[in-house]
Design a protein around this ligand. Structure first.
Ligand code: NAD
Length: 340
């Protein structure tokens, strides 16, 4: 049977690169597009090394509608997974114009082309940040959204609304995936999180500190109302997250009834920052140098997710936990420093 073509925007980025592998392994034909603003094209050759085939890639800024359309003129696209966006909460507080422009214009352009060229399924990278400062966890898809804590979070809330409004007149199905905290690396240790911009997510900050590329890491606030005063997050292994995209695509293309569906993708439990640091140290037998500093603007106190809906409808559940996350992240960090 001919493989269905999936345009993966942000294809050389962290989640996109892992998802391309999973898509190919499950019978889809991924095509990548990325302008390299936060990733290195070299991840493409690592992907190809893992799956053993060449992946068609476009180096295009999705803010440019004319260039974006060239992809659709050249390729028959069956589905899109739209990862491309800027993602640093703190930076978005500093540079709101950059975030609104990049994240929303890219989405509008991809959506417009998708509709013009009859794309059947659209998977959107949303985020738990759309829930804002929640009153309690676990959150499920029916938890009321609170005002976003950052311009980044707002771009995800607006992104979800844009999709709902824009696809009404089409026969496209959309799945909005609200990720909790993706972490860890491909089990081959050939690809992992490797942003061009300074890493701000906890796990790469931990591994960069452990390898000696940062003298000391900061824990932002230890006076929150949590078990040990540090923020609580729900970490999901990148291998599990990648698989969820393939399953979401199967769902959107073959079973989805409603035009738009929302799914949380998390592990069902939360770890404080100090617990995560401790897990890394224990699993890898490495001591970390860290210091407590002031709270960071835009951070919510505590959030973790229920994944019941994804389990029931996507047939997805996480296979890996915090141990495998910390192990694989560390293997990747060591490997990428060897090849630098
Ligand atoms: N990693 C996380 O913690 C997390 C959590 C929740 C949601 N998300 C969302 O998931 C998606 C993917 O995140 P990621 O961690 O892989 O980030 P990433 O930065 O590694 O990947 C995003 C990719 O998009 C590309 N990109 C950005 N703007 C572009 C543009 N205008 N044109 C072309 N390419 C562009 C970047 O170069 C980058 O390679 C993003 O939408 C992000 O907001 C990520």
């Amino acid at each position: 049977m001919q493989r269905k073509t999936v345009l993966v925007t942000g294809g050389t980025g962290y989640i996109g690169s892992h998802t391309i592998i999973n898509l190919y392994e499950h019978g889809y034909l991924p095509i990548s597009i990325d302008n390299g603003m936060n990733s290195d094209i070299s991840s493409l050759s690592k992907i190809e090394d893992i799956i053993g085939v060449r992946i068609k890639h476009y180096n295009i800024d999705l803010q440019d509608l004319t260039k974006t359309e060239t992809i659709f003129k050249e390729q028959k696209i069956d589905a899109i997974i739209h990862f491309a966006a800027l993602k640093a909460v703190g930076e978005s507080v500093e540079k709101p114009f950059l975030y609104f422009r990049n994240n929303l214009n890219s989405l509008l352009n991809v959506q417009e082309c998708a509709q013009k060229y009859g794309v059947k399924a659209f998977i959107f990278s949303s985020s738990c940040t759309v829930y804002g400062e929640v009153k309690s966890s676990p959150v499920d898809e029916y938890t009321e959204l609170q005002p976003a804590e950052s311009p980044y979070g707002r771009t995800k809330q607006m992104g979800e609304e844009i999709i709902e409004d824009c696809i009404k007149k089409s026969d496209m199905k959309a799945v909005l995936l609200r990720y909790f905290n993706p972490a860890g690396a491909h089990l081959s240790a050939k690809i992992g999180e490797s942003p061009i911009n300074t890493a701000q997510n906890l796990v790469p900050v931990i591994t960069e500190t452990a390898i000696g590329n940062r003298p000391c890491m900061k824990v932002f606030g230890n006076d929150y109302d949590t078990r040990d005063g540090t923020c609580v997050r729900d970490y999901i292994h990148i291998m599990d997250l990648a698989e969820a995209h393939t399953l979401a695509l199967d769902f959107a293309l073959y079973r989805q009834q409603n035009q738009v569906e929302v799914f949380n993708l998390g592990s069902g439990s939360g770890y404080t920052v100090l617990e995560a640091i401790n897990a890394f140290e224990t699993v890898n037998n490495v001591k970390l140098s860290y210091e407590i500093s002031a709270r960071r603007p835009g951070d919510v106190v505590a959030i973790y997710s229920s994944y019941e809906k994804a389990k029931n409808q996507l047939y997805w559940q996480p296979k890996y936990g915090i141990k495998e996350i910390m192990q694989s992240a560390w293997e990747w960090e060591k490997n990428r420093n060897l090849t630098k």
